[in-house]
Design a protein around this ligand. Structure first.
Ligand code: 4AD
Ligand code: MG
Length: 468
């Protein structure tokens, strides 16, 4: 086979130098045709669109084409030609075809279109080759680029917080332990407690649930930072919105209070959504067509409208009024309860029909580090609630007063010896500061219109499932 420089299919489809011989490589999506001509649709992952290779059967034998079946990997030399077919501008008249790898039609699991998403989860090692997952993962890459671009443009520094840690930021006891100890032969002390002195770190360690506490250390030195990394939660919630391993973006900013924090959250999400419409429109349109025909309107709506801001207390009042008017919820509503997804979605989808930022939650249902309000009952928390998703962001202004913070940590049974380093930021040069965490896969759910969080990360980790 002649050695011709390979052209990526996304680029080839835009070329107009017809008559030129080029090389493309990719995986066969379909082959059809008749006695005289064969049409091979090839995809190399660079775009949702396939390129059509036209094979003149007077130049190629049936025998040569036999292994060119769905899933096979091929290299094709051919002449770039203006296409007469509908829905494509460019095709390739094959001059030479090389097969790198066949895919036995009896065994290759991605034969036909229209597999269910549930089935595709079972073959997560192959599903990136489908149109749907190609689109989702190209968008995922783009969202990561948008995240870095947004913060870089605004002068934030990307701050790497540890993945293995000894601090439980959210204090919810959902950490995965990390140990090199022999579980068959655990040493215990005289009280029956496990002796960690011989363990790798010499003390209990776990995978992080959030980079926030270390992120605050960064913000109290560099001014404005963000983290973007994997976080882990051993919460046994088998829902379409929870993963045991998910990616979180956590900006943390010195000298800003909650109002600016809310604006930052809104600007950030709008920037990412706008990026998707600008840079991934073909993939977004494909997903809209396949799964959710209101997707693009919803994305535009979020970019064009301010998020509604109200307090938790006002939110509860609206929910109570709704109940009076006959709306039914599964979980009870009263001041003090943690809002369930059904409540959040009522506020967003039924009542305001807009993204909502709820603030000033009861301190009992929020973490120890949040700034306490003068009422003694609420803290300066903020949750951003989105249509179809519920909570997409959780954040707060942080308690900068050493005494109040120490007091609250004690009330919540967090030993001072575990957070002495965190408290030092309040001991030395403390300042107002705020931040939040955006669940990357929740953003992905919103932008792709996919329904299940397992379908927006390549290899989901959920209870009882860590295959691949
Ligand atoms: O509300 P969370 O627990 O807040 C924090 O971890 C803070 N330390 C963030 C901060 O202020 N820096 O989590 C933040 C976001 C949630 O709003 C949600 O989008 C996502 O992380 N999230 C999950 N996403 C997928 N699976 C899970 N199990 C998630 N838990 C939280
Ligand atoms: Mg939260």
């Amino acid at each position: 086979m002649k050695n011709i420089e390979r052209v990526i299919i996304s680029k080839a489809l835009k070329r107009v130098d017809f008559g030129k011989e080029i090389n493309i490589k990719g995986w066969v999506r379909t082959r059809r045709g008749n006695k005289n001509v064969s049409f091979i649709a090839i995809n190399d992952g660079s775009t949702i669109n396939n390129i059509q290779v036209v094979v003149d059967l007077t130049k190629f034998s049936e025998e040569e084409l036999k292994p060119v079946t769905t899933g096979a990997s091929v290299s094709v030399n051919g002449l770039l030609t203006q296409s007469m077919g509908q829905g494509q501008s460019v095709e390739i008249q094959a001059t030479e075809i090389e097969i790198y790898g066949t895919a036995d039609p009896e065994k290759y699991p991605l034969q036909k279109k229209g597999h269910t998403l549930e089935y595709l989860r079972e073959i997560a090692h192959l599903r990136p080759r489908t149109n749907t997952f190609g689109a989702v993962f190209r968008i995922r890459h783009n969202m990561a680029m948008a995240v870095h671009s947004f913060f870089h443009e605004r002068g934030f520094f990307y701050f790497h917080t540890p993945i293995i840690t000894s601090s439980d930021c959210e204090g919810a006891g959902q950490m995965f332990q990390v140990t090199t100890m022999n579980l068959y032969d655990l040493k215990k002390d005289e009280f029956g407690s496990i002796d960690y002195s011989g363990d790798f770190f010499g003390s209990p360690a776990a995978l992080t649930v959030s980079g926030q506490l270390e992120g605050e250390l960064g913000a109290m030195a560099l001014g404005a930072i963000y983290t973007f990394g994997p976080t882990f939660r051993a919460e046994n919630s088998n829902t379409p919105r929870h993963l045991a391993e998910f990616w979180m973006i956590e900006p943390e900013v010195a000298f800003i209070e909650i109002a600016e924090n809310m604006q930052l959250a809104q600007d950030f999400v709008q920037y990412c959504v706008n990026w998707a419409l600008k840079n991934c429109i073909e993939d977004v349109e494909f997903l809209a067509k396949m799964y959710d025909n209101e997707l693009i309107d919803r994305l535009k709506f979020v970019i064009e409208n301010d998020f509604v801001r109200l307090t938790y207390t006002e939110g509860i009042e609206i929910l109570l009024k709704a109940i009076e008017n006959g709306v039914k919820f599964e979980f009870p509503v009263e001041w003090g309860v943690d809002l369930q997804s059904e409540h959040e979605r009522y506020l967003v989808e039924q009542h305001f029909k807009k993204p909502v930022i709820l603030t000033d939650y009861p301190k009992e249902i929020k973490s120890f580090y949040m700034k306490q309000n003068a009422d003694g009952k609420t803290v300066r928390a903020m949750d951003v609630l989105f249509p179809k998703i519920g909570e997409i962001i959780g954040g707060s202004q942080r308690e900068e007063d050493l005494e109040k913070l120490t007091h609250r940590a004690k009330e919540m049974n967090i030993p001072e010896k575990d957070i002495w380093w965190y408290l030092d930021t309040r001991r030395f040069g403390t300042a107002p500061h705020s931040g939040f965490g955006l669940g990357f896969e929740r953003l992905m759910l919103f932008v792709t219109g996919m329904q299940n969080i397992r379908d927006v990360i390549p290899f989901p980790r959920t209870p009882k499932n860590a295959t691949f």
